[in-house]
Ligand binder design. Structure first.
Ligand SMILES: Cc1cc2nc3c(=O)[nH]c(=O)nc-3n(C[C@H](O)[C@H](O)[C@H](O)COP(=O)(O)O)c2cc1C
Length: 334
């Protein structure tokens, strides 16, 4: 169980915020599979929502079924961030998170995201201003520091604790590293040793075993996973199975097919046009067929399809074909 203020996140497993990925449809899909304790939205620009940007405001939609859910905001101006916190508070998610880890240049130039790690007084002012507007718990997500010469996650963690932040999440890379190299787990253990508030460890968890190792090696209170959920949306359920002492359930073929088709429906219903729907469907098919026999042939085929209906048919045929294989369990393992 991961305590975040009055929240009890159980299992202590968190969906990492991912811009362009962790939208309403994606979060619901993971919730329906089960095993995830807390889901997070894609980051939301404080500038955009406080200026009424319709596209960003649309991203703030969520359903009760997604709860517990956290909304992540970013920005470099304490006043704007406080105003964004007012909007978040009104929407009544279960928690609000401040992004101090995003290394994208667009965000860094505006001195938000990871750049805040290079300006602790500003980071503190932002945390204080946002906290003052919230009744829901506040969390902060950061990296090790800007680069190897400026590793300051312990100072950041302590600042958060002093300011009444309920929990922190750390992606154990520097901003300079972007996504290269390996996340350094020993740093998560170090942060955990120095803080009294809960610490969520993040970075490179690709399997249930990785998650168990992260808990065991660092003593972290929760594990956050991002990219691996795209290749294996069942990962949270598998970790939860292991945490409960049982074997991890693999996704059966019919479960994969049903999930994929249900996700298609949701994408089609929420996309603005067929082109956008097709783009998302193609990306998603790559995820779901990862590791399945003939998955590559399906991916090639769907790159030529032009309508969601053709798409659905190709996927249904693909799974029918797999089901008729003599030993589907062996096929899955190959
Ligand atoms: C496509 C993509 C988008 C991301 N967007 C965000 C974001 O909006 N906010 C954030 O704090 N981190 C963002 N991240 C970082 C992830 O939350 C996470 O810290 C990182 O991917 C490491 O975890 P992983 O190895 O489990 O993927 C993003 C990562 C990816 C790959």
């Amino acid at each position: 169980m991961l305590p975040i203020g009055p929240l009890r996140i159980d299992p202590p497993l968190v969906l990492a915020p991912m811009a362009g990925i962790t939208d309403h449809v994606y979060r619901l899909m993971l919730r329906r599979i089960g095993g995830v304790g807390l889901v997070t939205m894609e980051f939301i620009s404080s500038e955009a929502i406080t200026r009424g940007n319709a596209r960003q405001l649309r991203k703030l939609v969520f359903a009760d079924e997604e709860r517990p859910l956290s909304i992540q905001i970013y920005g470099s101006d304490a006043g704007r961030m406080a105003a964004a916190a007012d909007i978040v508070e009104e929407l009544r998610p279960d928690a609000c998170d401040i992004n101090m880890g995003c290394p994208a240049n667009k965000v860094l130039k505006g001195c938000a995201g990871a750049a805040l790690m290079g300006d602790l007084p500003l980071a503190r002012a932002i945390v204080r201003a946002v906290k003052a507007r919230l009744t829901i718990p506040l969390t902060v997500k950061f990296r090790l520091g800007l680069d190897p010469a400026r590793i300051n996650f312990l100072d950041l963690g302590r600042m958060c604790e002093d300011e009444g932040v309920a929990a922190v999440a750390m992606h154990a890379r520097t901003a300079r590293q972007m996504y290269t190299g390996q996340a350094d787990r020993s740093r998560i253990a170090e942060l955990k040793r120095h803080l009294a508030i809960p610490v969520v460890g993040n970075g490179d968890v690709a399997t249930a075993e990785d998650a168990l190792a992260l808990f065991a090696e660092t003593g972290c209170d929760g594990v956050m996973i991002g990219r691996a959920t795209m290749k294996n949306p069942w990962i949270f359920r598998q970790i939860a199975d292991r945490l409960a002492g049982g074997p991890a359930r693999e996704a059966a073929l019919d479960e994969r097919r049903d999930l994929m088709l249900a996700h298609f429906d949701a994408i089609e219903a929420s996309a603005h046009d067929a082109k956008e729907a097709l783009h998302k469907l193609r990306t998603m098919t790559g995820w779901y067929t990862n590791g399945l026999p003939h998955g590559r042939a399906l991916r090639v085929r769907i790159s030529e399809l032009r309508t969601p209906a053709d798409f659905r048919e190709a996927v249904a045929q693909f799974f029918d074909g797999l089901a008729s294989l003599a030993a589907p369990a062996e096929a899955l393992a190959s």
